[in-house]
Write a protein that binds this ligand. Sequence first.
Ligand SMILES: Cc1cc2nc3c(=O)[nH]c(=O)nc-3n(C[C@H](O)[C@H](O)[C@H](O)COP(=O)(O)O)c2cc1C
Length: 304
Amino acid sequence: MDFRVDLGGLKLTNPIMTASGTFGYGLEFKPYGNLEELGAIVVKGLSLRPRQGNPMPRIVETPCGMLNAIGLQNIGVEKFLLEKLPLLPWKTTPVVVNLYAQSAEEFSDLTRVLSSEEGVGALEVNISCPNVKEGGLQFGQDPQAAFKVVNMLKKHAGSKPVIVKLSPNVADIKVIAKTVESAGADIISLINTIGGMAVDIHTRKPCITNVFGGLSGPAIKPVALKMVYEVCKTVKIPVIGLGGISNTQDILEFILVGASAVQIGTASFTRPDKVFTLVKDLRVKVEELGIKSWDEFRGSLRLG
Ligand SMILES: Cc1cc2nc3c(=O)[nH]c(=O)nc-3n(C[C@H](O)[C@H](O)[C@H](O)COP(=O)(O)O)c2cc1C
């Protein structure tokens, strides 16, 4: 079967991408497999200037998942472009840069810097960040702010496809999906982590310094699947599904409900070679199930 997928301008040799924040800048995973075999490499969220992130502890394991409050630690866009991007196989595997900013203006500055870089395959906008200039509510929780930021970003993105990554921490995911589509998003990815908390009854302290964190891993898969299904029914642009994917069956479930591609996140913490083995295993699973093409299988869920 032809494994290629075309996400409206972003072309992948297979539907498996890495998820931002769980695959470093890609280079860290070179010892575990061939980066050129991946559908795409999505790097850690980058901001205009380097960020230290939150004080430790900032990760804790929870039943069937983990809670993190890294606080968007990163080396900053300049250092990434100078020291990391040239070493990535961007000519064969699209490198998707995940963006983090705290105002619409900061998002456009970042986009301007990245839009002229040949090695950047697409931009993924993390709208699960606080809009500090306008009250601190997350862009992804405020349809008006989300519209403004995506609209502005599209103006500076040039020919780079813009992926908007949705937060699941909203009352109705369909509203925000429709809004970012109308603002010009080329692709939607979802879900980011779900807000959560863990406490220790012995120390009587929160398990992570930030108190609250984002839940990820298999625990969130049913929530992610529902939201991906709802968004696929709502928008016409391609959707990338993620949240708790750890095996080939999970991947196919997301495609069955309508996703065009998937991202693998927390599973890379259980095994650093996970994403590479999934690429190989998916071929076997697809054959086993007699799937003929992605177009035939995608969104073919039978109701009743
Ligand atoms: C440690 C960690 C760091 C993350 N950093 C980012 C980030 O920088 N930008 C972003 O958009 N998502 C970030 N995420 C969210 C993941 O990309 C993904 O949306 C989420 O973990 C759900 O997928 P999973 O269950 O497969 O991990 C992070 C997740 C984890 C666990």
